[in-house]
Design a protein around this ligand. Structure first.
Ligand code: FE2
Length: 393
């Protein structure tokens, strides 16, 4: 599922490089397209003149800071053709002089390389899919002090979350304020129908033991939200009781098992938009997501699974039967102990997890439990990681 990518050290198109520098080797105009080759890389890239003119990096065509387009796309002649093609700056830049107005455009070698490799779309990150056995007892974790101290620590921690779908922050002061500060280190606290930073207290020490908070099966939050929360943080500030372990399941690993063993189930779960709803408190939310959401490359994008919140919908009878069978398979695997890890959230250890990947649940418990947490938007997490990695280059 992780595409081969020999450009993995290069992110963004700001012209900075890490590792071997990307340099152009040759350029020619052939069959109405500009064809380039790169040094040390056995690839060719072909670009139409119109596309190149629309993406010129000349200062009058692209803002060098915001990368906003300054080109008037709609005044580019359709029969645009180059008068002259040159590789300049020691291979770092392609330069073209256009025939119709003798203007010149420039394109960094690395920009063209990225466009040739990914068509301009960001590839899925490298991920390590896991189950109970492969994860073992050593969960991805970093010290709170290192995460808060500087960019390198935060980058490493968010990198763990990206790779595994969750990570712990040990030594976090057991307060709502410190937990909020940790969230804000990454991005905004998301305001939802449940508020921003939330905390929840339950003291059931003196109640009938039959009235224990019940177990919650593995699920993702916000299936009824068009933009389901990207990440969630939990921090247990106090616990005095028994049970209550948090369970996590790598939803992408469950999906991968289905992809490998049951193509029919995978197809219906990845192609069927399942509606979900939240009704109450003066709110009526609805949204639709595939249980297994895929991106343009067929890589995993988003798991959306909460059987309680699924709204009524119908498919043709035969297709409906396939869907129910596939949903049952997903549910069975998500509840299979071999896919699940468990942890006791304790004061001082904050958990951040990817709600678009990692299913979470909770064992039944008795006693006193004080939990706080927050949602973060997917886009803010991704933005922070891009910015931190650009600094690293
Ligand atoms: Fe939840």
């Amino acid at each position: 599922m992780i595409p081969e990518n020999d450009d993995d050290k290069i992110r963004g198109d700001d012209g900075k490089t890490r590792g071997a520098e990307t340099l152009l080797d040759s350029v020619r105009f052939v069959d109405g397209e500009v064809e380039v080759t790169w040094q040390r890389r056995p690839h060719r890239g072909r670009f139409t003149p119109f596309w190149l003119r629309d993406h010129s990096h000349a200062r009058d065509s692209l803002d060098p800071v915001t990368l906003q387009r300054q080109v008037d796309t709609f005044s580019i002649p359709e029969d645009l053709a180059p008068r002259r093609l040159d590789i300049i700056d020691g291979g770092r830049t392609l330069r073209i002089v256009w025939r119709h107005d003798a203007s010149a455009g420039v394109w960094p070698a690395r920009f063209l390389w990225q466009m040739a490799q990914h068509d301009g779309r960001e590839a899925a990150p490298r991920r390590t899919l896991w189950d109970r056995a492969s994860m073992g007892a050593a969960f991805p974790s970093m010290a709170h002090a290192d995460i808060m101290a500087g960019a390198a620590g935060l980058r490493a921690w968010l990198g763990l979350v990206e790779q595994y779908g969750f990570a712990l922050a040990t030594g976090t002061p057991a307060t709502i304020e410190a937990t909020a500060a940790l969230v804000r280190r990454i991005g905004y606290v998301r305001e939802t129908i449940f508020g921003g930073m939330w905390d929840f207290t339950a003291n059931l020490a003196f109640q009938d033991t039959a009235y224990t908070p019940v177990a919650i099966g593995p699920h993702t939050d916000g299936t009824y939200s068009i933009d389901s929360p990207g990440f969630q943080m939990f921090h247990c500030l106090k616990f005095d009781g028994t049970g209550g372990e948090t369970t996590l399941v790598d939803g992408f690993n469950v999906a991968e098992r289905i992809r490998r063993t049951d193509p029919e189930a995978f197809e219906v779960l990845s192609q069927t938009k399942v509606p979900a709803r939240y009704l109450g408190d003066g709110v009526h939310l609805t949204a639709e997501h595939a249980v297994i959401g895929l991106d343009h490359n067929g890589d995993y994008r988003q798991i959306a699974y909460n059987n309680y919140d699924r709204a009524p919908f119908r498919l043709p009878p035969a297709r409906m039967a396939v869907f129910y069978r596939a949903l049952g398979l997903f549910n069975r695997l998500a509840n299979d102990p071999q896919f699940e890890i468990t942890m006791r959230l304790a004061p001082g250890t904050a958990l951040l997890f990817d709600n678009w990947r990692t299913l979470h649940g909770r064992r039944a418990y008795q006693g006193y439990r004080w939990l706080c947490g927050a949602y973060l938007n997917k886009e803010d997490f991704d933005s922070k990681l891009r910015v931190l990695r650009a600094v690293e280059e």
